[in-house]
Design a protein. Structure first.
Length: 116
């Protein structure tokens, strides 16, 4: 059974940086595109970034383009999200999942709070 565990969130001031990690287990991680998604307070979950199977292609939401970088390490079954120049509107619970996401694979997520 696939399990995705996110970590690395926290409280940071506007302009700061965080690096999120996602550990995958129980499946063929390296065979699927992966993505990061987020759910701001009181809003629907939204797409943030995606990465291809071999990591060569990345795609970003317009709101994070140029500030966030997605990467993966297939040898370690890990996906990362480097977040720079954080803004208060980046405050959300962040999740990783396959891309497109599989409903059964949503984990607990990691909270990111950006103070102004």
């Amino acid at each position: 059974q696939v399990q995705l565990v996110e970590s690395g969130g926290g409280l940071v001031q506007a302009g700061g940086s965080l690096r999120l990690s996602c550990a995958a287990s129980g499946g063929t991680f390296s065979a699927f595109p992966m993505g990061w998604f987020r759910q701001p307070p009181g809003k629907e979950r939204e797409f943030v970034a995606a990465i291809s199977v071999n990591g060569g292609v990345q795609r970003y939401a317009d709101s994070v383009k140029g500030r966030f970088t997605i990467s993966r390490d297939n040898a370690k079954n890990m996906v990362y999200l480097q977040m720079n120049s954080l803004k208060p509107e980046d405050t959300a619970v962040y999740y990783c999942n396959r891309n497109p996401p599989i409903k059964a694979f949503w984990g607990q997520g990691t909270q990111v709070t950006v103070s102004s």
